[in-house]
Each structure stands twice: as C-alpha cells, then as structure tokens.
Design a protein around this ligand. Structure first.
Ligand SMILES: Nc1nc2c(ncn2[C@@H]2O[C@H](COP(=O)(O)OP(=O)(O)OP(=O)(O)O)[C@@H](O)[C@H]2O)c(=O)[nH]1
Ligand SMILES: [Mg+2]
Length: 453
C-alpha cells in the first residue's frame, strides 16, 4: 500500500452547529442536494428535532463527513454545557448556522472554535424568510438588505478582529443567495484542509515525541479517521523508507490543487459533446451544456478535480504528423477516445499516439443503438451483435499493436444506460457495458494518482 492510498482513506469531520431551530439539518440537506423527505435526509422540524450528533457522508467528496449536531440552548442542551457535551475536539471544521439575528450563543460558539484554532464558516440561513418580510417595505432593495445582513454578521466578528467567510443562504430557495458559493468555497478549501491535517498528523506521529505521537494517534483512532492497520502501515512505511513528513505535506498540498485534464476526443458528429454533457449530468440543450468547448472545460460535481475537455473534429488534427499530434495530446493527462463509426483506423492511430506518450486512455464506442438498429435488420440477437462488435474491435486493437484494451459500448442519448444503478442495468441489459463503464471511469481518478506518484 502506498502513502497516497492511506491518505485517500483519511477522513475529515465537519460539524454543523448553532442554536436550536436555526436550520442546521435543513442546511445539510440543501448542501447535499437532498429534499427533507428523501431517504437518508437529515430530519428537520418545527420542534427540537436533532437529539444526537448524526453523520452524513458527502456524496461527491467521499472522505468528507458532515455532522448534524443538536441545537444549542434547549433544556436538553443548555448553552453553558453545550460545547463540552458536543465534544468540539472531535471535529476539524465548523459551520456555525445563524438565523434572524447574531445572538450571544453564536458568539460563544465562535469563541470556542477560535480557541481551538479551527476553521469555520458563519452561515446565516432562512434568507428567503427575511426577504419575504422585507419585500413589504416601500423602498425594498434586495442588494441593500443582503448587505445589511452581512454587515450585521460581521459587526461582532470585527470587534473581535475575526474575519471568517460569511454566507447568506436559504435551504428552501437553493437556487438563490449564496448556497452555491458556499458549496464551491467549501469544495476548494476542504481538500486543502484535509491535506494539512494528514501532514500535521504524520508530523506529530513521526517526529512529535512520545506523548504528542500517542495523543495524535489516539485522536485519529477515536475519530476513526484511519483504521489501526493504516497507522501500522504508516509506521512500517516510515521504518522502511524514512519518508519526510514535510515532503509529504508539499506533495499533498500540490495534490489538493491538482486538476486532472481529461480530453474527450472524436470526429465531428461522433457524439463528443453529448458524451461530455452526459458525464457532467447535463442535457444537451440545458444551460451550461453548449458552452463546453475546446477552450472551456466541463466540470462535474461527481469528479470535482477533473476538467473534461470537449475536442471534436479530430479528423482535422489527424492530417498532422504523429509528432504534431503528440504535441496536442501531451497537454492532457487522460484521454477518452470516442468512436462512432467504422473509421476506426483513425482512432487507433490516435490511441497509438496516446500510448506512446504513456498516458492512460479509454476507448468508447458511442451510438451503439444506431448500430444495433442497422444490424438487427440483417440478423440475430442483440447480444451477438454487440459481442461481434467487441470482438472486431479487439482484433483491430491487436492488429494495430496496441496494448490490450476493453471497448466500452455506450448509448449517449439514453442516460439510464450511462448513469442509472449498476445492478438494474446489469440485470436488464447484461450485454451493455454501461455499468462497467461507470466503474471504469473511476480509473480516471486512479490515473491521477499514477501521475502524481
Ligand atoms: N423558510 C425557510 N425555512 C427554513 C430554512 N431552513 C430551515 N427552515 C425551517 O426551520 C425549521 C427548523 O429547521 P431544522 O433544519 O430542523 O433546524 P435545526 O437547527 O436542525 O433544529 P434542531 O435540530 O431542532 O436544533 C424547519 O421548519 C425548517 O423547515 C430556510 O432556509 N428557509
Ligand atoms: Mg436538526
């Protein structure tokens, strides 16, 4: 196991805290893209609802755990004992949720988090409510009201010379206000924080002396950020290689900013854009879909550190020499070569260039439905047609002296094939490669690790 693999398992814990009824659980649901009635959503309500700290896994950041804490200032969780009862030591970062006003309790929370020297955001929620009531004023200006609210939050912080991020959000009206800004800022900052925490843990464990090392290790085990065997692995690795925690820190910091550039290449009309849109979860005609281009990469929530570049019209590039083609390809870390017709020689030449550059790539045949339609008039069973298609491809790959590759058969227009649950797909259409393809897309992440190593 490599150091990076251990890091990949390292968890980070974010506590969502605030007064009772402030909207903590609703914020978590909005943040995770869940409706209050969805299975797995945090329970919300007009009465004291959250009675114990409950963990929610971030769907797109697998190592990020959000903790919904009970509210402060109820008979069950009085303000004075709240911080102790909630054991703030267990968490790495906080979201302090405020509604309507900044109150003394909120500042008590901020003081405690500051004392623990941990990062936090101040989130004023239920902005939709505020706006609705303010709109009744004759001289209503949304910008002015929002500014007032922000200043109100910042006023108390400024007195203490503090300057955390302040977000004004609504868990009900998620499209307006700053929920998106909160999501983007969090995504950017949390991976860096995770890298810092892991390096700091390594530093304490390896170079901190007996007491510090034991304290740090106990904390990591108590909070289940790593398993005992991971810690043993780290010790063994250190004994074998003597890696420096400082060097690891530099690599992890770089990794937290790392963007993997994935080129999706194909001939004009081969379905490159449709494929990219499917990857980022947009319909072709949806806002944002058409704007993806060679100069404007697509970002997917599912793969926050991957940029997908839409490069159709490769027939133009193919007129260049192999050297020129490699120069173009060299810019990307990973390639997905889209094949939609029988001009495969062109695509195999491209695959050759990518292989010679020692980059990772996938071969994807799109528009399989069209192929099935034409072939089924001639003969037989769908499974046989698809097996035949795959066999023919395999043969051509061998003839082109490329390394052994599986071809992924995709029907872009039927999203269910690409994105619906693996099991269902596998049951209903076992001959389609779609479930398999979804799994293989994870290789993109693996490709990233290989580049770093
Ligand atoms: N209009 C509006 N209502 C909200 C918003 N956020 C929460 N609410 C409502 O406020 C009430 C309390 O929300 P919760 O999310 O349960 O609050 P909480 O802080 O988790 O409450 P406890 O767990 O009991 O401490 C519920 O009725 C929510 O529907 C919001 O942004 N806008
Ligand atoms: Mg709650």
């Amino acid at each position: 196991m490599s150091l990076l693999e251990v890091f990949d398992r390292f968890k980070i814990d974010i506590a969502v805290t605030g007064e009772s009824g402030a909207g903590k659980s609703s914020l978590i649901n909005a943040f995770l893209g869940l409706n209050p009635d969805d299975a797995g959503a945090a329970p919300t309500g007009a009465v004291e609802t959250t009675k114990q700290a409950t963990m929610y896994q971030h769907p797109n950041l697998p190592q990020v755990r959000l903790w919904d804490l009970p509210g402060m200032g109820t008979p069950s969780f009085g303000s004075k004992s709240y911080v102790k009862t909630m054991n703030f030591d267990l968490y790495d970062m906080f979201m302090v949720v405020i509604s309507e006003r900044v109150r003394e309790n909120n500042m008590l929370l901020v003081d405690e988090i500051e004392q623990q020297k941990k990062p936090y955001y101040l989130i004023r929620t239920k902005i939709d409510n505020d706006m609705r009531s303010q709109k009744k004023k004759k001289q209503f200006s949304e910008i002015h009201e929002l500014d007032q609210m922000r200043q109100d939050c910042k006023k108390y912080l400024k007195e203490k010379k503090l300057d955390p991020h302040v977000f004004l959000v609504s868990a009900i009206d998620t499209q307006n206000y700053e929920l998106q800004k909160l999501t983007d800022t969090f995504k950017d900052e949390v991976s860096q924080l995770r890298a810092e925490l892991f390096s700091s843990f390594l530093d304490k464990m390896l170079h901190g002396g007996w007491i510090k090392a034991r304290y740090a290790t106990n904390h990591i085990q108590q909070t289940r950020k790593l398993q005992a065997e991971d810690i043993t692995t780290l010790h063994n690795m250190y004994e074998r290689t003597g890696f420096g925690a400082a060097k690891v820190s530099v690599v992890l910091q770089a990794l937290s900013h790392f963007q993997l550039d994935v080129a999706v290449l194909g001939e004009t009309g081969s379905g490159v854009s449709t494929f990219v849109n499917a990857l980022i979860g947009l319909e072709n005609e949806e806002c944002g879909a058409a704007s993806v281009s060679i100069s404007n990469p697509a970002m997917s929530l599912g793969y926050p550190d991957v940029r997908f570049w839409d490069i159709s019209g490769i027939e133009g590039v193919m007129d260049y020499s192999m050297y020129e083609m490699k120069q173009v390809m060299n810019w990307y870390d990973f390639c997905i070569i889209i094949v939609s017709d029988w001009q495969k020689a062109r695509h195999l030449k491209l695959a050759k260039a990518v292989e010679e550059l020692r980059k990772h790539y996938l071969l994807v045949q799109t528009k399989v439905d069209c192929h099935l339609q034409t072939q089924s008039e001639l003969c037989c069973d769908e499974t046989d047609i698809l097996d035949g298609l795959r066999a023919q491809f395999t043969q051509e790959i061998q003839m082109a002296k490329l390394s052994e590759k599986q071809i992924f058969l995709i029907n872009n227009l039927d999203r269910s094939d690409v994105f619906e649950t693996y099991e269902e797909n596998a049951r209903e259409a076992p001959h389609f490669d779609c479930p398999n393809y979804c799994k293989r897309i994870e290789d993109i992440q693996l490709g990233k690790q290989k580049i770093i190593c």
